[in-house]
Ligand binder design. Structure first.
Ligand code: COA
Length: 255
């Protein structure tokens, strides 16, 4: 572009980019139009239209106590590296934190998968099961005459294949005791450990006992559910058992 010349033909001095041009009271624009200098309550504020903050707004420097100080600030801005506003700092720090937490999530995802739980085993009652069974039954709210080791052994011997114990990793997690008296089948103490519930374990135990009873010729199976055991009742109903319009009577015999 040809340089402008004066009327006398002498080459024109290029406009001073730093020269402040008054736009209105307390508002100036630099010769090159890059900076807007405005008077604010705390001093002079300089908006840089060539540098924007992270929100895309002109980067603001200041407050400067005098116009000369504002000029020096603009000079420095022209010469120095891109300044970093506190907003930029905050956003950068925020991004760093986000990146770190994303990294942490990623490394958590790459952690080795948790080992599979040991398999569930359903087997017949064995000597030594008494104590863990009584713990399970106590948690299930059962308290019955006949839960001592000697009585459990008698029941197991008289009803082969019907006193079932479920274990996981060697720990007792479920039980069902079936009995056949020659007329009715009975199922007692159906219980599963709280963290094994609703996965079909009690159903499996009951169905196995039923299969065995059926094989012996049993035509009807009874269970006893205490008054108020709503969940127990819901379980038996789900398995096809109906509440009988009868009351149970019992008498303890001297041992
Ligand atoms: C009742 C109990 C044995 C159920 O054991 P479980 O292993 O969770 O039973 P299952 O997973 O085989 O449940 C089979 C169905 O019974 C019903 N059922 C089981 N628990 C239930 C509950 N708490 N509330 C409502 N329905 C229930 C559901 O229909 C269930 O099927 P779904 O899970 O697909 O809905 C167990 O909660 C327990 O040990 N309770 C304490 C002892 C007890 O009350 N025993 C029964 C009375 S003798």
């Amino acid at each position: 572009m040809p340089s402008r010349s004066t009327k006398a033909g002498a080459p024109a001095t290029p406009p001073d980019p730093a020269k402040l041009k008054r736009e209105s009271a307390g508002r100036y624009l630099t010769g090159d139009g890059r900076f807007i200098v405005e008077q604010a309550s705390g001093g002079w504020m300089v908006s840089d239209t060539e540098q924007t903050n992270e929100l895309g707004l002109p980067l603001v420097r200041g407050p400067f106590a005098t116009l000369d100080e504002a000029r020096a600030g603009m000079d420095q801005a022209r010469r120095g590296p891109a300044p970093i506003s506190s907003l930029t700092d905050r956003i950068a720090a925020q991004r760093e934190r986000a990146a770190k937490s994303a990294g942490a999530t990623k490394s958590a995802r790459t952690l080795p998968a948790r080992p599979e739980p040991p398999p569930l085993e359903i087997r017949e009652y064995r000597t030594g099961d008494g104590d863990p069974l009584r713990v399970l039954w106590q948690a299930a709210g059962f308290r019955s005459i006949g839960d001592d080791d000697a009585s459990l052994r008698v029941l197991a011997q008289r009803n082969p294949g019907m006193f079932l114990v479920a274990t996981r990793g060697g720990h007792v997690v479920g039980s069902a005791m079936g009995g056949w008296d020659g007329r009715r089948g009975w199922i007692y103490h159906v219980a599963t450990a709280p963290d094994e519930r609703r996965s079909g374990l009690a159903t499996q135990l009951v169905r196995q006992v039923e299969t065995r009873l059926q094989a012996l010729g049993c035509r009807k199976v009874n269970v006893i559910v205490r008054e108020g055991n709503v969940e127990g009742a819901a379980f038996w109903e789900a398995l096809g058992y109906a509440a009988a319009p009868t009351r149970q009577f019992g008498r303890e015999l001297p041992g």
